[in-house]
Design a protein around this ligand. Structure first.
Ligand SMILES: [Fe+2]
Length: 190
């Protein structure tokens, strides 16, 4: 028997972020998000180096491992492109039977979930909220608050990511700041 007194992975309560020796961190800047927001003209004139969101990811097993799990922390900065709130690109899972958990730890926002028939529903995210994303459901998180939004996620290591469907077809709604209130606007296509 052996006991590890120091876990390889750590969740920092202070800033609600995961750390670990094998953490991979990626950032998405304004310059990486071409055609993601409705007002592409506005996005193209903004500071391309400005960070919209970052993801720190722990992968204890290789991608594609059946039965494995990944865990990650996402931080979405507070901001807008024109009146559209900063948000993640969003994706379906390549392995369409894969589901996922999100849980909020800081700030407030919305989890947008869209089925393949483009029907959607939205859940409010706040510290302590838990969101189950079922199979065959695209998911995106939008920071509708006035500070950083931090959330964590756990998903199967063999889920994979299908970003192309969302890139080509978009979600069926967008969320804008109208006079200080988040307003959901249904869209046919982006
Ligand atoms: Fe996912």
């Amino acid at each position: 028997m052996s006991i590890d007194h120091v876990s390889k992975y750590k969740f920092n309560i202070g800033d609600s972020v995961l750390y670990g020796t094998d953490t991979i961190t990626t950032q998405k800047k304004i310059g990486d998000l071409k055609d993601v927001f409705q007002n592409e003209g506005e996005r193209s004139t903004m500071n391309q180096e400005s960070i919209v969101y970052s993801v720190s990811l722990l992968q204890p097993v290789k991608a594609g491992t059946i039965g494995g799990l990944f865990i990650g922390t996402s931080i979405i900065e507070q901001g807008q492109v024109d009146k559209e709130y900063y948000m993640t690109k969003g994706h379906f899972h390549q392995n369409t039977s894969s589901s996922e958990f999100y849980w909020g730890t800081h700030g407030s926002g919305m989890v947008l979930m869209m089925k393949q028939d483009r029907s959607f529903h939205i859940e409010h995210m706040s510290p302590g909220s838990i969101h189950f994303i079922p199979a065959e459901t695209a998911h995106r998180v939008i920071n509708t608050g006035n500070e950083k939004l931090i959330f964590n996620a756990c998903w199967p290591a063999d889920a994979g990511y299908d970003y192309d469907t969302i890139y080509n077809e978009g979600f069926s709604c967008r969320i804008f700041n109208h006079n200080g209130s988040p307003t959901i606007i249904e869209t046919d296509k982006r």
